[in-house]
Design a protein around this ligand. Structure first.
Ligand code: SAM
Length: 335
């Protein structure tokens, strides 16, 4: 469950169906109930009993309503429930962005890293609240620690997962107290294996971490590797209870789906020779085989065209397969 769902559950338990506020950022948000929960968890407001009140009232589905609120989010001493009560009612893991290899990044990569950290905070706020993001870089996002080791030493967790694309073991949706993600942006392509080094250093410092790779049908190709995307995949799995495959597809940008398609498509083609020219064809229905990728039909056609594969109707494809087979050239011969 997300923080917002816990908040709604607690309000319902108190028979509260309408909550008001005068906080502008909440009122203008596209998800005011989520924002209320976030304000409370971030310690910026309380949930208070409604008295004479002039704000805007929201139903728990987020729609505005004209009936007076039964509680409001603002500042008060006689809170309905405390921030600690709210955050202790759910499972909310920590996400640590380990930036120990920051110095290895170019100026451009450092900029991209900052952007990804900011976007990760955006993801964290969709599911949890700011405190759950730990960053070992002073950048004004989440909570700063000098190192992951410092943070782990303070917390004494039972299980910590290091997300590492080069790990031996596969991530199957395991819940952990803390997930560590490498604060690594890989534009220059010279940082392969660095996440495993983070794991080795943590082990050397006496922390036992479970290294896991996220794979899509057996391969990391097609798994988005941005820090914010990895965070979102994990939170969709552990808080929304989605399967790893569904979570990947929901987060996967089409450009990354296309990388995976390029890797797979060849298998669906057959070689055909017409007037001494050999080319590859595949039936249009192959597109339906890739429902597990976040692909649009236009992406499918684009990849086929760049690989010089010709898409034909299923009927034509079957017809071609009935033509003469040339064993030497390993192709069907037309005409
Ligand atoms: N080049 C780095 C390496 O080989 O270790 C990977 C950098 S990746 C851009 C940034 C971070 O996202 C990684 O440190 C890792 O924590 C996480 N990550 C990316 N893809 C992953 C995958 N398929 N499985 C697990 N973690 C992944």
């Amino acid at each position: 469950m997300r923080l917002k769902d816990i908040f709604i559950k607690m309000l319902k338990e108190k028979n509260i169906e309408r909550v008001g506020t005068t906080i502008r950022k909440i009122i203008s948000s596209d998800d005011p109930i989520k924002m209320m929960a976030l304000y409370i968890a971030n310690g910026r407001a309380n949930i208070c009993p409604s008295k004479t009140y002039s704000g805007i009232s929201f139903k728990l589905d987020g729609n505005k309503c004209y009936d007076p609120p039964q509680a409001y989010v603002g500042r008060c001493k006689d809170v309905i429930f405390t921030k600690d009560e709210l955050i202790s009612k759910g499972y909310f893991p920590y996400i640590v962005i380990d930036c120990r290899y920051h110095d290895l990044h170019s100026k451009k990569e450092k900029k991209k890293l900052l952007l990804q950290i900011r976007q990760t905070l955006g993801v964290i706020r969709e599911y949890m609240w700011d405190d759950r993001l730990i960053v070992t870089l002073k950048c004004g996002c989440g909570r700063y620690y000098q190192s992951s080791e410092d943070f782990l030493r303070q917390m004494d967790f039972k299980n910590v997962i290091l997300l590492d694309p080069n790990a031996e073991n596969i991530y199957n949706g395991e819940k952990a107290d803390c997930y560590i993600i490498g604060g690594i942006v890989d534009k220059a392509g010279n940082k392969k294996g660095l996440t495993s080094k983070i794991g080795e250093e943590l082990e050397k410092a006496g922390f036992s971490v479970d290294s896991r790779k996220i794979v899509l049908r057996g391969d990391t190709v097609g798994v988005p590797d941005r820090i914010n995307h990895i965070t979102e995949i994990i939170l969709k799995v552990v808080l929304d209870e989605k399967s790893v495959e569904d979570a990947i597809r929901e987060v996967q940008p089409p450009i990354i789906a296309k990388w995976r398609l390029r890797k797979e498509l060849h298998e669906y083609t057959i070689r055909v020779m017409l007037k001494n020219t050999i080319f590859r064809i595949l039936p249009k229905s192959v597109f339906n085989e890739f429902k597990w990728l976040n692909l649009r039909l236009e992406d499918f056609y684009r990849v086929c065209s760049e690989q010089k594969f010709i898409v034909v109707s299923d009927r034509l494809f079957e017809e071609v397969k009935r033509s003469k087979w040339d064993e030497k050239r390993r192709c069907y011969v037309l005409g």
